[in-house]
Design a protein around this ligand. Sequence first.
Ligand code: AQP
Length: 333
Amino acid sequence: MELDKQDIKKTVFSGVQPSGVLHLGNYLGALSQWVEMQNQYNCIFCVVDYHAITVKQEPKELSRRILDVVKIYLASGINPEQAVIFQQSDITAHTELSWILNCASARLADLNKMTQFKEKGAKKESVSVGLYDYPVLMAADILLYNTDIVPVGDDQVQHVELTRTLAERFNRDYGQVFKIPEASVRKQGARIMGLDDPSKKMSKSASSPANYIALTDSPEMAAKKIKRAVTDSGSEIKFDLKKKPAISNLLVIFSLLSGINISELETNYKNKGYGDLKNDLAEEVSKFLREFQIKYNSFTDEEVKRILKDGADKIRPVANETLRRVKEKLGIN
Ligand code: AQP
């Protein structure tokens, strides 16, 4: 029987590093998109712990955070009955394929172009080789599962582009193995900016907690952070990324959480000031966090460990089969 094209679901793969507390940027830029996709696609969501160790982590904290990231996935609405959730280090094919891509596809010139390394590396006195090489591991993560779509925030688009380059180069030089994936970036929310500095993205490794709203911040703390967020000169509430980057960022967060589009928000705040916008947004964020955290706190560590084990057991054969085909092409199977 011939399969109808409609019946073949596309595969979606994405992940988050357990490198700190997840924030609204992670949720609005990535996780909320994953939730929408799980009904339509074959979804695989990973906790990318090997990426987190590219910078020094405190071991006890890291193992705690791995479980917490899964709880965040679940609280965001990812359903483990629909989507596979697993821990990267549970499947050895990731590091094996990464090494192979390092040798067979990746070039220093490719990695030298990665802007995220330049930004992250610049802040540190000593930089690990892993931090430099992490886009190749990310390519391995994606390519192992014959991924079609990679939902990410816009800071990761360059890494998905590199993944395409490495896959195309391997297919050309050794024979067809890899599917060529595409990044999927939200029109709105692809880059939520820091509350303390709208020229930098909201980031879990930001030096000041005033930069982000953590998904585990108390609603009261989050409200305070919104009220203290930097604003722009002038008083008009208008979406204008160039002239009003801070207010535009607050409007994007407000719009995504409330479902009210930005032009409607501009109209609603026509004769009002920044303080009014911040008060209402603080309330919206607090309401979101209250509901989110009830769900987050309802999952036990035992449940999470079972979900991770089941996820890895289910998906490991797909990764191993891709790796087998790669090794065969290289003559090392
Ligand atoms: N500010 C952001 N706006 C929109 N999307 C964002 N993402 C991250 N920050 C924003 C997206 O969230 C997903 C998971 O990111 P990650 O944990 O893999 O690492 P990252 O992109 O490096 O995120 P952070 O918060 O900046 O972490 P650190 O500080 O540890 O590097 C990705 O899809 C990302 O695009």
